[in-house]
Each structure stands twice: as structure tokens, then as C-alpha cells.
Design a protein around this ligand. Structure first.
Ligand SMILES: C[S@@+](CC[C@H](N)C(=O)[O-])C[C@H]1O[C@@H](n2cnc3c(N)ncnc32)[C@H](O)[C@@H]1O
Length: 188
């Protein structure tokens, strides 16, 4: 998708703002009209808004209730429609999707608090990735895709063990001075 910096995006001190990883993710994949998309961990809503702008039928959610509220507000400010829920990965998600997206909390740190949910991936940095992949076949149609953002700071053995047996492709990579982030597409 083409990143549109003109969208109105309000911020909240306790919600992850649009960042380099959000923009890399947006630019890494396309959406077709009518595609059923679920974004987990929607934060400000920036990725979901681009999916809606490109014709996706969007459901999105976040474990941080302030993020879910901010995404709703930003959708309204841009006259876009989406179902927005509070959810822990798939806990409040019904139905099957063509595409599931998650810009994961991917740092190997354990921190508490609303904003820390955006980066705190626990000891191995994987955070909710195991739950995302465990539920993928139930929530994504056969031939559908899961698109995630991962970091070189995650425990790489743990990462590739969770992804073992899946068809994984690298969509894009962004080397930063202390880590490399990658967008992965997993085909179900
Ligand atoms: C790195 S931020 C990404 C925000 C936004 N998608 C973006 O790209 O700018 C990760 C988001 O995932 C949310 N999150 C963390 N753990 C979650 C979980 N178990 N279920 C749902 N959302 C979660 C965080 O609250 C945060 O908003």
C-alpha cells in the first residue's frame, strides 16, 4: 500500500504512535477490495486505516483499551468504517479472515503499563506470537495470510520454532542501528 501521511491521526500518551515499523508494514503489502482483514494490536489505527482506504473490510482490536478507543476516534475523523474491539489476540474475534496483521510487541523486555504493551515481548521477545500462530488456522481461511513484524532482537531460535511448519516469506526488512526489523508473510 502507499503510505498516506495526510490521514488525520490523533495521539494518546498511552498508545503507540505511528512509527517506522508501522510505515514499513503499510508499505509491505497490498489489499484487494472486499478483503476481510483483522489487525490485532491496532494502536493508533494507522495500519487499519490504510487497509480500509484500500478497500479492505476491517476488524481491528487491541488489548490496550485506550488504543481501541483511539483507533475508533481516528477512523471517525477520517470518515472510515471498521469494527474495533478490545481483545487479547483472538479472544473477542469472531468469523474467519483472509488476512490477519500484527505489528507485534517484539522487544525482549518485561515491562508493565499500557504503552509498554506495545514493545514488551517478555523474556524471548515473542510476546503474543505463539498465541497468534496457534489460533491462525481457526481464524484465517485456507490460502489466507498472517502478516507480522519481527525483530532481530527476538530470540531467533524461539521465533523460528513457533513458525516451523508454516510457509514463511520475507516481505521487507529495515536495518536500524541497533536491530533489524522484518515484515513476514505466513501463508495458511
Ligand atoms: C508495536 S504496537 C503496533 C501499533 C500499530 N499497529 C502500529 O503499527 O503502529 C503493538 C500493539 O499491540 C498491542 N498488543 C500487545 N499485546 C497484545 C495482545 N495480546 N492482544 C492484542 N493487542 C496487543 C499493544 O497494545 C500495541 O498497541
Amino acid at each position: 500500500m502507499i503510505y498516506n501521511p495526510e490521514l488525520i491521526v490523533e495521539r494518546d500518551d498511552e498508545v503507540y504512535p505511528p512509527s517506522d515499523d508501522s510505515i514499513l508494514l503499510i508499505r509491505s503489502f497490498d489489499v484487494r477490495a472486499g478483503e476481510r482483514i483483522l489487525e490485532i494490536g491496532c494502536g493508533s489505527g494507522i495500519v487499519s486505516m490504510h487497509c480500509a482506504l484500500n478497500g479492505g473490510v476491517v476488524t481491528c482490536g487491541d488489548i490496550n483499551k485506550k488504543a481501541a478507543a483511539l483507533t475508533k476516534r481516528n477512523m471517525e475523523l477520517n470518515s472510515m468504517e471498521a469494527v474495533v474491539v478490545e481483545t487479547d489476540v483472538y479472544s473477542n474475534i469472531e468469523g474467519r479472515l483472509d488476512t490477519v496483521i500484527f505489528n507485534l510487541p517484539y522487544l525482549p523486555v518485561k515491562e508493565e503499563g499500557g504503552l509498554a504493551l506495545a514493545w514488551s515481548g517478555g523474556e524471548n521477545g515473542l510476546g503474543p506470537l505463539p498465541a497468534l500462530m496457534e489460533g491462525a488456522r481457526e481464524h484465517v481461511v485456507p490460502g489466507g495470510r498472517v502478516i507480522i513484524v519481527v525483530s532481530s532482537l527476538m530470540d531467533q531460535n524461539a521465533l523460528w520454532s513457533v513458525l516451523e511448519g508454516f510457509d514463511v516469506r520475507i516481505l521487507s526488512e529495515l536495518p536500524l542501528f541497533f536491530e533489524k526489523i522484518s515484515v513476514l508473510k505466513i501463508i495458511l
